[in-house]
Design a protein around this ligand. Structure first.
Ligand code: PHE
Ligand code: ZN
Length: 879
């Protein structure tokens, strides 16, 4: 695992595997100390490959007990064994290789391969975990039909699950039993899974559109099954939606989900047996917030949707990861949009994209959705691959229209069913259905960074001529200076005085159709003839391309759109941009003082938004969320002083809150919710608006308001309101927050999901004790670095939600996180590597913090025995 020399893997080196494994039979014997795995691999040399070509099987941390070809036990000299695998020097053309190996899941804290979580056995194989279970050709283009017989003690593991359909089960001697699973769909081994243990379940039946019955089960640790009801509801809705929108019908007799409490990622789409981090399954109103519910719905849908986009059609190699992830994120976004409020979902998704992907893309870790080289694939489960990948698919839909887009997806799923595909093959399907050349478009997949688009306009009243000049420029990213312009699908409108979209007779200079401009030029001038009055142009409606739009727009233009744009996204966007344009200069280290007067018209626009009869509470709530810390760091780019940003943001909130005071108080006290809690979009939006009103008010930091917040906490009848009250207190009144958090801990944190909220809230408090508080929390008896959910809750909240303390000028925050990363790296390199992204903006800080962050990174780098995962991340981050 720990090697000195990093090996770089290049896309251009791809070669198909010399050997294939069409069939795999496994016999797995679980026992508390060791698990024994007997595997028969039906191996064939690929046509055209020379005899005598050695066969290399991947295998790590498995102990080989025996190896045979057919009945012939192999001896030394017939194979070579190393730390990373097993080599057969001169294998026959077609044969059955039988291996017996032993693994030690009890000791496995990396949560890759076979491990134990709360006493239950489970597996995680993506990306390269199967090689920790047995010897195999562990790459996604080697697909096999798996049959698995699982054997275990009946009391220790009454439940035995694997992929596919259950074929048989029965009793054995010595209180043991077995279950036989067969998955008829050939799959790469990263989709393999097993679960054995004591679990409760809830069940449901689903009839597919062609009338096939499917048994649905969700398993959780004993006593937690009832908390899976919402996840089950989301699953049924996902299955229906995928039939209706994408024509995808489920293809096995059973679909099982298992929720486990130790898991590195969110969830995993193993064929017919999804395994979930239990925080994305378990929910009831007393423990989960509206946001938790929405995430559960999303992730359940996401993993289910992988059954086609990922499993039926998988990836040829790991460079193509975004082929399954980008497309599947796009699909889960569309699902949420169809199930909830489309406009609100879109804004939330874009906020998420900017908060993570834009930051990634602007720093040392920038990479394209389809990278062309990597050291550790684990480090490429990034927001660029996932979220930008989804944006690229969305642009395809915008460019081609919904109907043609769906024809393209149908063709892709049909043409490549049962295959391992590439981005090129995916794009080709859209070319074939549309007749459009997408070679330039494809650069979105292969080029890092994002275009910066600027524009200018003019209107000639006499000729009724409106002219729009658009410029795009793609700034260089590390190691890539030469950038091409990209194809931009720009949804737009010409907003008139009264908010209606103006029409035009004809347009020239670029491809313009209905509300879409398409251009791939560095600079283009589009003229619209027959425009009856001077418009305010609204560009990139619905955020139709993931670019940075330079808004040199005047405040009036922004406010015009904020009040009148028929596109909700740009309405929201313009309000945000108006505020940022006013505020950002004051955050600059040598910037001017904040001119409070300028905020007056913005407050008026916000006030009108709140008063509107047409806008939904959910949308209003979004508008009340003033630009975030990350929004400003993005805008500023360099020389970032978090304290300064904090001070200015606080001032802005105060000013706005003061101006809207009456309205916010009324909103808070008159917005009444039904007694019956439902986590649906409607109610969630109302709760969000009410909590947002309180949150803004509390920034005025008045005693009376804190009373109101405390009452909100005490009278809360669900976790959404209770957590909101606590978060508000943490942000505005640390001393009072600490008291409330004690009460919260005593009364509500029995469920680990709530305990994690408690950790996160504590870590978000920004005061002189922050670092000590976090160190104390690490000693709490329920805290453990070995459980990723604890780590994400505590340190995620700290690095993301408490930027002033994380980026303290004295470096104490950076040092704390460096220590934690180094500790975790000793047993869980995946989590350690991913956590290192906390440092990705280090170069953007002002000099003192920059040096402190560099020192922390250097210390990690110089440490003995760091994992390849962490080493890649730290080296790239340092640049
Ligand atoms: N493939 C999983 C998902 O998105 C994510 C994952 C990656 C899980 C690696 C575990 C390990 O849907
Ligand atoms: Zn996924």
């Amino acid at each position: 695992m720990r090697s000195e020399e990093q090996k770089i893997v290049y896309l251009q080196d791809y070669k198909p595997s010399d050997y294939l494994i069409p069939k795999t039979e496994m016999w797995v014997d679980f026992s508390p100390e060791r698990t024994q795995i007997t595997t028969d691999l039906h191996i064939e040399r690929r046509a055209g490959v020379e005899a005598g070509t050695p066969l290399e099987l991947d295998g790590e941390q498995v102990e080989l007990v025996s190896i045979a070809i057919g009945d012939d036990v192999l001896g030394a000299g017939q194979y070579e064994l190393s730390e990373n695998g097993l080599k057969l020097l001169d294998p026959p053309q077609s044969f059955v290789l039988s291996t017996v190996v032993e693994v030690a899941p009890e000791k496995n804290k990396s949560l890759e391969g076979l491990y134990r979580s709360s006493g239950n056995w489970c597996t995680q194989c993506e990306a390269e975990g199967f090689r920790r279970i047995t010897y195999f050709i562990d790459r996604p283009d080697v697909m096999s039909v798996f049959t698995v017989k699982m054997v275990a003690d009946k009391d220790l593991a009454p439940v035995l699950l694997s992929n596919g359909n259950p074929m048989d089960k029965g009793e054995m001697s010595n209180n043991r039993h077995f279950a036989l699973w067969h998955d008829p769909h050939p799959k790469p081994c990263y989709l393999f899974a097993m679960v054995a243990g004591k679990l409760d379940k809830i069940s449901e039946k689903f009839t597919t559109k062609s009338g096939k019955n499917v048994d649905l089960n969700i398993y959780a640790e004993p006593g937690k099954a009832e908390l899976c009801r919402y996840a089950m509801d989301a699953l049924v809705r996902s299955m229906k939606w995928d039939e209706e929108r994408f024509g995808c019908e489920y293809d096995l007799d059973v679909f099982n989900i298992v929720a486990v409490s130790d898991f590195n990622a969110g969830a995993m789409e193993n064929k017919g047996l999804n395994i979930f981090n239990d925080k994305y399954v378990l929910a009831d109103p007393a423990t989960a917030t509206d946001q938790d519910y929405a995430l559960i719905e999303r992730i359940i849908a996401h993993e289910y949707f992988h059954n086609y986009t990922g499993n039926r059609v998988t990836c040829r190699d790991w460079f193509q990861l975004c082929l399954k992830e980008g497309l599947t994120v796009f699909r889960d976004q569309e699902f949420s949009s169809d199930e909830r409020f489309r406009d609100v979902e879109r804004i939330d998704d874009v906020k998420g994209l900017r908060q993570s992907q834009f930051v990634e893309d602007s720093g040392p870790l920038a990479h394209p959705p389809r990278p062309s080289q990597y050291e550790q694939i684990d480090n490429f489960y990034t927001s660029t691959v996932y979220e930008k990948g989804a944006e690229v698919v969305r642009m395809l839909m915008t460019l081609l229209g919904k109907q043609t887009f769906h024809e393209g997806v149908d063709l892709y799923l049909d043409r490549h069913d049962g295959e391992a595909a590439t981005i090129e093959q995916f794009i080709k399907c859209f070319e074939d259905v549309s007749g459009r050349d997408l070679s330039q478009f494809q650069k979105w997949y292969t080029q890092a960074g994002r275009p910066r688009v600027s524009y200018s306009t003019s209107y000639a009243a006499e000729q009724k001529l409106f002219t729009l000049v658009l410029k795009q420029e793609v700034p260089p990213t590390p190691g890539d200076d030469e950038k091409s312009p990209l194809v931009l699908p720009i949804r737009f409108g010409l907003v008139s005085n009264n908010g209606e979209d103006l029409t035009w007779e004809h347009a020239e200079g670029a491809e313009v159709q209905d509300d879409l401009i398409v251009t791939n030029e560095d600079e283009v001038t589009v003229t619209f003839h027959g425009v009856s009055s001077a418009p305010v142009v609204s560009l990139f409606r619905g955020f139709s391309a993931p670019v940075t739009l330079d808004t040199k727009a005047s405040l009036e233009e922004d406010l015009h759109r904020a009040r009148l744009d028929s596109d909700p996204f740009n309405r929201w966007e313009s309000l945000q941009s108006a505020i940022m344009n006013i505020v950002a200069p004051a955050m600059d280290v040598d910037g001017p003082e904040l001119d409070i007067e300028l905020l007056e018209p913005v407050a008026v626009a916000l006030s009108q938004t709140l008063d509107s009869q047409n806008l939904s509470p959910a949308f209003k709530a979004l508008c009340l969320k003033l630009p975030t810390y990350q929004d400003y760091t993005q805008r500023l780019g360099q020389n970032i002083d978090p304290d300064r940003i904090k001070t200015v943001r606080q001032k802005v909130s105060e000013v706005v809150a003061d101006k809207l005071r009456g309205q916010l108080v009324t909103l808070y006290s008159t917005l009444h919710l039904p007694d019956d809690y439902q986590p649906n979009a409607e109610q969630s939006g109302m709760r969000d608006l009410r909590n947002q009103a309180l949150s803004l008010l509390a920034t005025l930091k008045e005693g009376q308001l804190f009373e109101l917040v405390e009452r909100h906490y005490r009278e809360a009848r669900n976790m959404t309101d209770r957590q909101a009250a606590l978060a508000i207190m943490c942000a505005n009144a640390p001393d009072r927050a600490v008291e409330l958090l004690d009460d919260f801990k005593r009364n509500y944190t029995e469920a680990m999901t709530v305990y994690d909220k408690w950790l996160g809230l504590n870590a978000s408090i920004d005061d002189a004790q922050t670092i000590d508080r976090i160190k104390r929390l690490m000693d709490d008896d329920r805290f453990s670095l070995e459980t990723p959910n604890r780590v994400y809750a505590l340190f995620g909240a700290f690095t993301q939600g408490n930027p002033t303390q994380f980026a303290r000028a004295d470096g104490a925050g950076f040092e704390l996180i460096a220590d934690v990363i180094l500790q975790i790296d000793q047993f869980n390199p995946q989590v350690a590597g991913r956590f290192a992204v906390a440092f990705r903006i280090w170069k953007n800080y002002e000099s003192k913090r920059r040096e402190a962050a560099r020192a922390a990174l250097e210390r990690i780098k110089q440490s003995e025995k760091i994992s390849p995962n962490l080493s890649e991340m730290v080296n790239k981050t340092l640049g």
